[in-house]
Design a protein around this ligand. Structure first.
Ligand SMILES: NC(=O)c1ccc[n+]([C@@H]2O[C@H](COP(=O)([O-])OP(=O)(O)OC[C@H]3O[C@@H](n4cnc5c(N)ncnc54)[C@H](OP(=O)(O)O)[C@@H]3O)[C@@H](O)[C@H]2O)c1
Length: 251
């Protein structure tokens, strides 16, 4: 029987690429984001191309009380949910000491609180049905914080820790947990992503992510290389050198 996957932030970038990668393998989909027109267009394309079922719902994860009802609607439309990908996320550059933390608050509300509310609502459904798979879209910045993106890096580090705790809590309940840490993926999340080092296309990243999810991996870096090597190397680099390196390519 086909499995059903719900993806938040499915209207563009990695979320849309994941929807396509899952659909190409016969998964049915529940797609959520704020831009309903984009979701409808993607749903039509996936239904026509891959003959899978696609349900759509408009969702703003900053309105965290609306997340559980949205997941319940998708569960009702699809009959059951097997996998939930908490992917919706934003970034934003803010220099420390600027005197305005509104960007930081929006990032935390979307990337951390929105993801927590998504994962909690999914877990409630999974506990009731006795199985399920939680997937969170963290970031390589959870391991190596980016200057100018302190809130973004912190939101992702917190999400990784939160989900590793969930993994230990849910291991005996037949609920799997996968935490994905992408390097740089070419999407619209930030201007000039195509100029970032080691950047890869979203569809290439999505195929690797689907393989990791199907393999029930817990902590995953996508793409594995060069980022696994970079993780070790960055731990050895002196901070002034790290700061100089980031300043060069974050312009
Ligand atoms: N691209 C990278 O290099 C990279 C690296 C590491 C991690 N990530 C993570 O990957 C995830 C996807 O990002 P992306 O690169 O694919 O960027 P993207 O193309 O900008 O996609 C972001 C998605 O999140 C949705 N979203 C944003 N705010 C939302 C909200 N309040 N409620 C519901 N949906 C919301 C957007 O849909 P609507 O605007 O239609 O709501 C969109 O579908 C994010 O969590 C990001 O942090 C990306």
């Amino acid at each position: 029987m086909s499995k059903n996957v719900v993806i938040t932030g499915a209207s563009s970038g990695i979320g849309a690429a994941l929807a396509q990668a899952f659909a190409s393998k016969g998964y049915n989909l529940g797609l959520a984001a704020r831009r309903g027109d984009k979701l409808e267009m993607l749903a039509k394309h996936l239904e026509e191309t891959y003959h899978v079922r696609v349900a759509v719902t408009i969702l703003d994860v900053q309105e965290d009380s609306t997340i559980a009802p949205a997941l319940n609607r998708l569960a009702q439309d699809l009959g059951q949910i097997d996998i939930v990908v908490a992917n919706a996320g934003i970034t934003g550059v803010r220099r420390s000491g600027s005197g305005d933390i509104s960007i930081d608050k929006a990032i935390m509300q979307t990337n951390l609180i929105g993801a927590i509310a998504t994962l909690d609502a999914a877990t409630k459904i999974f506990l009731a049905q006795g199985h399920g798979h939680l997937v969170g879209m963290s970031s390589f910045s959870a391991f190596s914080p980016l200057p100018g993106s302190a809130a973004y890096s912190a939101s992702k580090a917190a999400l990784t820790n939160y989900m590793n705790a969930m993994h230990l809590e849910l291991i005996s309940k037949k609920i799997n947990v996968t935490i994905i840490h992408p390097g740089f993926i070419k999407t619209d999340i930030a201007p000039h992503m195509d100029k970032y080092p080691f950047v890869i296309e979203a569809d290439v990243a999505a195929q690797q992510m689907v393989r990791a999810i199907e393999g029930k991996k817990v902590n995953v870096i996508v793409p594995a290389m060069p980022w696994k090597a970079a993780k070790g190397l960055m731990n050895l680099m002196p901070d002034p050198l790290l700061a100089m390196m980031f300043a060069k390519f974050m312009k």
